[in-house]
Design a protein around this ligand. Structure first.
Ligand SMILES: *[C@@H]1O[C@H](CO)[C@@H](O)[C@H](O)[C@H]1NC(C)=O
Length: 204
């Protein structure tokens, strides 16, 4: 009994596909399947990754994700893709994907990339990538990318989840919109003055 229940939540699909039924109100680990008979080619399709993302923002970068939210047919398949655009000096700030390992290929330009190992140690594993170079960011680890080239940089990243999730460290720590983490927590945690914490909370 428990076995069928447990396996139902394994990442390996138990049928050809399980196109997400975005209209269903059923709550499962993932999304419920739409009736296979009414599945259409567009359920497995997305168009637009040839288009550069708009990098005119504070970070000078833009991620265009293509996961189960864009392609319902990715549901249960454990894979997704994204396009990353960077203006010169643009940064994809420290973040983690709680549910997916990422493999990235640089199509154009140069990126300084890195991830940090868990406690204890917190080693930075970093490298400069050029056109055609591939780098892996293991699941859950904090990582970043920065354009160190003279022009725009473009990369494609594949992730081992249809819904890898993103936690951007600065936003998660300083920018919770509903209620802030108490400054007493943040001043001690980051060894900062209260006014610096408040400044950061304003920013994020
Ligand atoms: C890019 O974003 C900026 C800032 O939001 C905006 O002013 C600009 O019109 C956008 N450019 C394009 C091509 O969409």
């Amino acid at each position: 009994m428990c076995f069928s229940l447990c396996f139902a939540f394994e990442p390996s699909p138990l049928q050809d596909f399980c196109v997400a039924d975005t209209t269903s109100s059923t709550s499962v680990n993932g999304l419920p399947c739409k009736d296979a008979v009414v599945v259409l080619p567009n359920d497995f399709f997305f168009s637009g990754l040839h288009l550069p993302g708009n990098t005119s923002n504070q970070l000078g970068s833009k991620v265009t994700p293509v996961n189960v939210a864009q392609i319902p047919g990715l549901n249960t398949l454990g894979i997704s893709i994204a396009r990353l655009d960077f203006a010169p000096g643009g940064v994809n700030p420290p973040h983690t994907h709680p549910r997916g390992t990422e493999i990235l290929v640089v199509l154009e330009g140069s990126l300084h990339v890195g991830f940090v190992t868990s406690n204890p140690g917190n080693r930075l594993i970093a490298k400069v990538l050029n056109k055609g170079d591939v780098f892996v960011f293991p699941v859950g680890l904090v990582h970043f990318q920065r354009n160190v080239g003279t022009g725009d940089t473009v990369a494609i990243a594949a992730l081992s989840s249809q819904n890898p999730g993103v936690i951007t460290i600065a936003n998660a720590v300083f920018g919770t919109p509903n209620q802030l983490i108490p400054s007493e927590v943040l001043t001690r945690a980051f060894q900062l003055d209260k006014n610096v914490v408040e400044f950061l909370q304003e920013k994020f």
